[in-house]
Design a protein around this ligand. Sequence first.
Ligand code: GDP
Ligand code: MG
Length: 170
Amino acid sequence: KKTQLNFKLVLLGDAAVGKSSCVERFVKNEFFEFQQPTIGAAFLTQTIPLEDYIVKFEIWDTAGQERYRSLAPMYYRGAAAALVVYDITDPDSFDGAKTWIQELQRQGAADIVIGLAGNKLDLSSQRKIDSKEAKSFADENGCIFYETSAKTGANVQEIFVAIAQKLPKN
Ligand code: GDP
Ligand code: MG
């Protein structure tokens, strides 16, 4: 029987970028055009079987609204991993993601594994954020980077697996 390792993962990013939708896709393989805005935060779990062990993510999906901003440290404190999401059609949300990554690097755990997801890849005809620009920002900051679509499912599993593989095994 494979060992199971538990890790706390926090979702951060501006409101309406698709944080909850990415989690719904990852955990339930579902998508809703009218996803309810998250109040405070939601808790979900999902396991990923890797070759030698099983990663169980304990996921805190936070609300992106400004009025909940001060609550964020409660959720990222002690988190082994963070998935920071922006919307590739919304430049403000990319600025927001950069701010979250800086905050995590200053205030989060020293060895936190950070994934950056450029979500709504299915809307690439309305793209405002160049993928190369986002990739180089991620590289400079040691973050895993994928463009994702919670709607089609593109790269959602992949970014969680990449985070799982980068987490320490002890
Ligand atoms: P959150 O506030 O970051 O949790 O965002 P939600 O998950 O609530 O999503 C906000 C809106 O964006 C909802 O209407 C979703 O259906 C929509 N949405 C989320 N992900 C995608 C995506 O990948 N593509 C498209 N086209 N819409 C998405
Ligand atoms: Mg939400």
